[in-house]
Design a protein around this ligand. Structure first.
Ligand code: SF4
Length: 327
């Protein structure tokens, strides 16, 4: 039995890891990273908002919630050819995973969903890993997406079960976990993580990592986001996330979920290259590249290419996990 891969972490154990003196923590995480991942590689993903704004949910951090006045323009579901053009451009720029986000509470069985299925097939045919984030979904919908070639489905737990009610009131933590279960059972890779900077305590951060690391299987990808403070959202005046808190979260996630892709997600525009390098050192091995992260700004492809050159990183090829399993 591999003692590093555990689903029975306790909150006390995770707290001990998270509270290790910073340099020692980064060293331990970097050591675990070397054991399970190719540290020269970082996965490059691109996230496109295929249906924007007007969402009925009340996630306190989100500029797309209809109830907040954030200036986000509502846009109905994009046409398939436009999405595929965007995906092809992302692929040319070096991206290997293409994520499509729709601001829906849940997936509905209608013509829009049929169109998403076409998009999934089209992106899959481009040879990219396809991911969707579209809210809750049923077993049947998950099966349809899987058959169409969906590689991963993102659904973040966001924060701890205890803090969740302060951030979202329109669905429960249990709903979130049920969706993750649906995705896993459909044979789709689970992408799930959370956000720091939501006004949570250290215990909440540990609680979130505990939820993720004690799922029946660790998520394939774990996005760690720093809150992007968007004007008009209830969290607009929250303090900026401290980079060392990001490094601690990433390092802890790397140690307790060694085989996951740890995704240094939102918040990179407010980080220097040196700060991002610390995150890679602590075990982050995936980023979103391309000017936008759904509706918020994000570093562009050229900027990231220059960073990769400087740090001696190379993009991870698509479907590597499957190839390794076969090989
Ligand atoms: S995070 Fe998703 S579900 Fe929540 S308000 Fe934004 S678009 Fe809607």
């Amino acid at each position: 039995m591999n003692k590093d891969i555990r689903n029975n972490w306790t909150k006390e154990e995770i707290t001990d890891i998270y509270s290790t003196p910073l340099l020692e923590l980064v060293y331990s995480a970097a050591t675990m990273h070397r054991k399970y991942q190719d540290t020269a590689e970082v996965q490059v993903c691109t996230l496109l908002s295929i249906k924007t704004g007007g969402c009925p949910e009340d996630c306190a951090y989100c500029p797309q919630a209809a109830r907040y006045n954030t200036g986000v323009e509502v846009q109905s579901l994009m046409q398939t050819d436009k999405v595929l053009e965007y995906a092809a451009r992302a692929k040319d720029a070096g991206s290997t995973r293409f994520c499509m986000g729709a601001a829906w509470r849940e997936v509905r069985n209608n013509r829009d969903f049929d169109r998403v299925i076409d998009m999934v097939k089209g992106v899959n045919e481009l040879g990219m890993e396809v991911c969707c984030t579209m809210g809750m979904l049923t077993d049947e919908q998950a099966a349809r997406l899987q058959e169409a070639g969906l590689y991963a489905y993102n659904h973040n737990v966001d924060t701890s079960a205890e803090h969740y009610e302060d951030i979202i009131s329109t669905r429960t933590y249990g709903d979130r976990l049920k969706t993750l279960d649906t995705v896993r059972k459909a044979g789709i890779s689970v992408c799930s993580g959370g956000i720091i900077g939501l006004g949570e305590t250290m215990e909440d951060r540990i609680g979130m990592l505990h939820t993720l690391s004690t799922l029946p299987e660790h998520p394939g990808s774990v996005p760690i986001n720093a809150l992007v403070r968007v004007k008009g959202t209830p969290l607009q005046d929250n303090p900026k996330v401290d980079i060392w808190d990001m490094v601690r979260m990433i390092a802890t996630a790397r140690i307790i979920m060694p085989q996951a892709m740890v995704l240094l997600s939102a918040g990179r525009t407010e980080m220097s290259i040196s700060e991002q390098a610390w995150c890679f050192m602590a075990g982050a091995n995936s980023i979103f590249s391309g000017e936008k992260l759904l509706t918020t700004p994000n570093p562009g492809f050229d900027e990231d290419k220059a960073m990769f050159e400087l740090l001696g990183l190379k993009p991870r090829e698509a479907f590597k996990e499957e190839k390794e399993l076969v090989g």
